[in-house]
Write a new protein. Sequence first.
Length: 252
Amino acid sequence: MRPTPLPALQDNYVWAMGAGRALVVDPGSAEPVLAATGRGMVPAAILLTHHHADHCAGVPELLERWPGLPVVAPEDPRIPHATERATDGARLQLAGREIRVIAVPGHTRSHVAYLVEGVLFCGDTLFSLGCGRLFEGDAEQMHDSLQRLAALPDQTLVCCGHEYTLANAAFALAVEPGNPALVRRHAEARAQREAGQPTVPVTLATERDTNPFLRCAERAVREAAAHRLGHAPRSDAECFGALRAWKDGFGA
């Protein structure tokens, strides 16, 4: 079943998977979830990727409406509502679905992603054409986390926490302007937004072809990083770190 992005706050997505009893991922606001219940969706469990308020602030209101609703979250005291803690490699059974937990520290130290039937809920670790800021981790840690996700099958659907694709595309094109797959993805995303549609989910194969943060072994990306570093990157992680620092101060 295809996951449904529920727009929330300024540019967040709450994700729902299931037409009836649904997994709800990262409810930074309860409002879009409550609205979806009017269309027949009922939360069966909540999955949280990390502790930031725009990903979990809606949980108390949802628990008021549905007391006893399972809440899965990373091992982190900053997330107080968990009924089950998500540890790396765990395979959980909720709402009739198997959920694989993947630790992806970097954006935060305890960030996790969830893989559910070929759908990847990756919070703020991997965005379409981008990745999250390094608030609590370092470049090597985040690069390793992204490589774990990049190793998943081609048709894995990437469901990230924000609608950042067009802004990310501007940076990606600055890094790798000669990438034809990226040029096509940018045009597609622009058409989607002009039509009022989300740009995600997107396949992992598309991200590997277009996202500079997953392409640190590619010659053009390494050359772009070298211009920032003043020397050729000594590793893919160093290349990633140069890109992330560049992106932090980038203005299209």
